[in-house]
Design a protein around this ligand. Structure first.
Ligand code: COA
Length: 200
């Protein structure tokens, strides 16, 4: 895959669907659904991500939804809500951010609210987003980091076929003040044959 010179001109699907879920970029009006997903169990989420306290009110989530909509259009960050097919529920979010368009590559992030876990929804979302990134956007590499203690996260990455590339020891301090080890995972375009994600 060559470098991407003008990412703003990339044509990307605004909806990606599988049998059970639909990914679409956040937009104005999504704030209440995002707030509900985050607010369901803040303490649990805060163990693994550091942005929870940035959204104390629905209005903060609404501002986030609108900012992410703008960033999606500019191809600065591609943040998708993970929705039930009929949009009756937001299960969580998944994103590609921190792009380096010369490689081209980006970093993956995700979360599910607690009641949506344990059903393979994140697996489905990560497969869809990886397929879109490799087959449509033309990225060469997607990477992710996670706390070595976040077993659900690194098991998800391994289930989808991401390879562990590194184990960084005492690399970061958690929001609880403890030093943590970090795993680095990545997927390369050549490891992701097109037939793996027949995009709808
Ligand atoms: C990371 C996170 C998204 C993983 O969620 P998850 O529910 O474990 O992942 P999935 O939705 O893919 O579900 C997988 C589980 O469902 C089960 N499952 C049921 N049906 C399934 C299916 N059709 N396909 C795959 N797995 C299925 C799997 O066996 C697995 O269960 P197990 O963990 O007991 O083995 C979630 O733990 C989370 O949001 N954590 C907090 C935020 C976070 O850590 N973000 C990442 C920071 S690096």
């Amino acid at each position: 895959m060559p470098a991407i010179e003008r990412p703003e001109l990339l044509d990307l699907p605004a909806r990606i669907t599988s049998e059970r879920i639909m990914l679409r970029p956040y937009r104005a009006g999504d704030g209440a659904a995002i707030f509900k997903a985050v607010d369901l169990d803040r303490q649990d989420l805060k163990r693994w991500v550091d942005w929870v306290d940035e959204y104390p009110e629905v209005v903060d989530s609404e501002r986030y939804a609108r900012r992410m909509h703008a960033k999606w259009l500019a191809r600065e960050s591609l943040v998708y809500g993970i929705w039930a097919l009929d949009e009756s529920e937001l299960y969580g979010g998944i994103s590609i951010h921190s792009f380096d368009w010369k490689v081209p590559m980006g970093e993956i992030g995700y979360f599910l609210h607690k009641e949506a876990r344990g059903r393979g929804i994140a697996t489905e979302a990560l497969k869809l987003l990886t397929g879109m990134a490799m087959q449509v956007a033309g990225l060469n590499r997607l990477w992710a980091t996670c706390d070595a203690a976040n077993e659900a996260s690194w098991r998800l990455l391994e289930r989808v076929g991401y390879k562990r590339e590194g184990h960084l020891r005492s690399e970061r301090r958690t929001s609880h003040g403890n030093l943590r080890d970090t795993f680095v995972y990545a997927m390369l375009a050549r490891e992701w044959p097109a037939e793996r994600t027949p995009l709808a």
